[in-house]
Write a protein that binds this ligand. Sequence first.
Ligand SMILES: *Cc1c(COP(=O)(O)O)cnc(C)c1O
Length: 408
Amino acid sequence: MQYPIYLDYNATTPLDPEVLKVYYKALQHSFANAASRGYSLAEQVRQETEIARQTIANFIHTTPESIIFTSGATESINLALKGAAHIYRSRGKHLITQATEHKAVLDTYQALECEGFKITTLPVNNMGLVDVDALAHAITDETILVSIMHANNETGVIQPINEIGKITKERGVILHVDAAQSCGKIDVNVEEMQADLLSFSAHKMYGPKGIGALFVRKKNPYIRLEPCMHGGGHEHSMRSGTLNVPGVLAFAKACEVAQAAIKEEKQKLFNLQSFFWQKIQRELSDVALNGHPSKRLPNTLNISFGYVEGEAALKGINEKVAVSSGSACSSAVVETSYVLKAMQVPTPYAHTAIRFSLGRFTTQEEVSEAAEHVIKVIKELRKSSPIYQVRQQGIQGGFFAKYEEVRS
Ligand SMILES: *Cc1c(COP(=O)(O)O)cnc(C)c1O
C-alpha cells in the first residue's frame, strides 16, 4: 500500500492513466495554435479540439457551441457571474445565492456588491439544504441571476437543483450552477436542471489542472456574457487567449472515462464510504456525520469527533491519511468552516470536523486501514482528555446528543 492513503479527492484528483496517455501525446504532437490558419498542423489541432468539445458537451447533455474553455471552475464562475451581471444590469441589480457556496461564488458576488449590485444570500437548514420556497420568495422584479451549487465540496450535500431550475425558468431569471464537485460523481444534465450557465473543472474529475469549462445556454434563452478576458477573440470572444489544447484533449478523455465508469463507481464509492462510516461508528462513541444523511455525494463524509481537539486530530490522522479539515487554520487561529457554521453546527463540533473524500483509486484495504488509523488516533487523544474521562464516568447524553436532537 502507498502512504499516505489519499482521501482528499474533493480537493483534487490524480490523473487517470488513460487521461495521462492522451495528455502526454497531445503535449508532444498537438502543440500547434488552434487559431492559426493555412497549414495542416493547426487544422489537425483545431479538429481534435472540436471533437473534444463535442465529447465534453455530451457529458453534460448539451451541444458543443455552448461550451467555453477556461482555466478551471474559479474562472468559469467569475466569467458566468460577472459576465451575466454586467450585461443584464439594465434589467435589474438583484442577485441571489446561498450560504454554503464555494468562495469563488461568494467572493465574486461580494465584488459585484461593491459595484452596486444587491445580494441575497439564502440560509441553509442544519442538513445543508437551501429552502426552495424561500428561494422562490426571494426573487423580485429586480432579480437577474441565481447561483446555486450542485454538490457541496465540504459536505457533499446535493441541492435540489432541478426544482430550483424550474422556478428560475418560470420567473425568467438566469440560473448558474457550480458543478465542480458533482461532475464525474453523479449525473449532470443541463437540460434536466434547466441551467443557463454551469461551471466545471477537469482536475476534480481525474483530468489535469488548469483547464475547465463554462456551459453558456445558446437557446431557450440565448444567454450573453460580457467577457472578463479581452484579446484575440477566442471562444466566441467570451474568453480570449490561446487555447490550452493538451488540457482540452485530456479533459475530454476524463469526461469519456467518467461517463463510462460513473454508474459502477457511484456504487463502489457508496459502499466504501458506508463501510468506513459504519466502522467508525462501531468503534467510537460521540461521532457525528455533518450534512444530509442521503442527499449527499457517494464519496464524501464530513465527520465530527467529540472530545478531541480538532488540530491534534487532523495532525494525527494526516500522519497516515491525506485528508482536509473543514476549517482553515492559519498559524495561530483556527477558523471554523463557514459551511458548517451556516448549517448551525455548534462550534466545538465544527472545530473537530474532518472531510474524508474517496475516489476512483480508493481500495477496500485503504478504507479499512484508514478507518483503523482514525480510530486509533481518536482513542489515543481521548485518553488524555479530561472531559472525556468525565463523560465516561456516566454523564448521560454525551457530546452529540444535543446536536443529534436538533437535527432530527
Ligand atoms: C474546486 C471547486 C471550485 C474551484 O475549482 P478550480 O477548478 O480549482 O478553480 C469551485 N467550486 C467548487 C464546489 C469546487 O469544489
